[in-house]
Design a protein around this ligand. Structure first.
Ligand SMILES: [Zn+2]
Length: 282
């Protein structure tokens, strides 16, 4: 277990960690020495040999007293990713093994909540069996950002055909907005820009609060440099505005902050020093 927020157990479901793209490409408006800045602020997150970012892909499992909630579903197996071939056609059991290690079988999941609908967040929605994509979590309601489903539908994209359409056609999906009140312990915070419907997930229990950032932040170095845009943002300026709002919220509410793509320990807090935000780890 990663941590406990009041009555909520938070488990990290690490699926993949590897060499992604170079920081100069991922953060196109960052200074040319972005790799050195990252090494100073987030040591060990840029591979010295290849110059590429070391990126974990992880989902989070929330066990509340009466619900099992999965936040995002990783890359998945046998998926097609033309733009990021190292995520194509994986045959890895790590995701489901991590769930099993937390005591959860696929049929135990009550809800799947999505921060957004990108390749590395929706993959285990479905499993390929006998040539057909079937829902991995047959008893769950899949709560998907409406704006993201809208963005992906009707364009002949592999991600839609492989990971979204099968759960939609199975009647398991509720298309929601950020104002969706999941329950009194889990709610959503609109952080659009990385994708049109992107949300971060707020946890609140027994006076403790945390946020799962999703891809509103990709690196803890973006706390100090929130203006760094990300290569795959659908609206980079909006993403920057959302990131600043999120960071202000983290400070104002003293939130425990848990990142989708932060390297271990993946958890910390944001403090402010004047108008500069800083990342601190426990
Ligand atoms: Zn991501």
């Amino acid at each position: 277990m990663l941590c406990r927020i009041g009555e909520i157990e938070v488990w990290r479901i690490l699926e993949w960690q590897g060499l992604f793209l170079p920081p100069e490409e991922l953060f196109p408006n960052a200074p040319p020495d972005v790799a050195q800045i990252m090494e100073d602020l987030a040591p060990g997150t840029v591979d010295a040999g290849s110059g590429r970012i070391i990126l974990p892909v992880q989902a989070y499992l929330l066990k509340t007293p009466d619900q099992v909630v999965l936040v995002d579903t990783g890359i998945g197996n046998h998926k097609t990713s033309k733009s990021l071939p190292f995520w194509s056609d994986l045959t890895d059991t790590r995701f489901l093994s991590a769930l099993a290690a937390a005591g959860i079988a696929p049929q135990d999941v009550d809800f799947v909540v999505f921060t957004h609908s990108h390749t590395d967040h929706v993959g285990w929605n479905t499993t390929l069996r006998d040539g057909a994509w079937i829902p991995t979590f047959p008893n769950a309601r899949y709560l998907m950002p409406d704006a993201d489903v809208e963005m992906l539908s009707g364009r002949g994209l592999a991600i839609y055909d492989e990971s979204l359409a099968p759960v939609i056609e199975a009647g398991l999906v509720d298309r929601i907005g950020a104002d969706f009140p999941h329950n009194d312990q889990i709610s959503l915070l609109a952080t659009p820009g990385h994708s049109p419907g992107h949300v971060s997930v707020l946890l609140s229990s027994q006076g403790q609060e945390a946020v799962l950032t999703g891809d509103a932040l990709h690196s803890t170095a973006q706390c100090q440099h929130p203006h760094w845009q990300f290569k795959f943002d659908s609206d980079p300026d909006l993403a920057v505005a959302s990131r600043r709002t999120l960071l202000e919220t983290c400070v104002a509410r003293d939130l425990t902050v848990i990142g989708s793509h932060f390297t271990l320990p993946s958890i910390g807090k944001v403090t402010s020093d004047g108008d500069v935000f800083r990342w601190t780890e426990p």
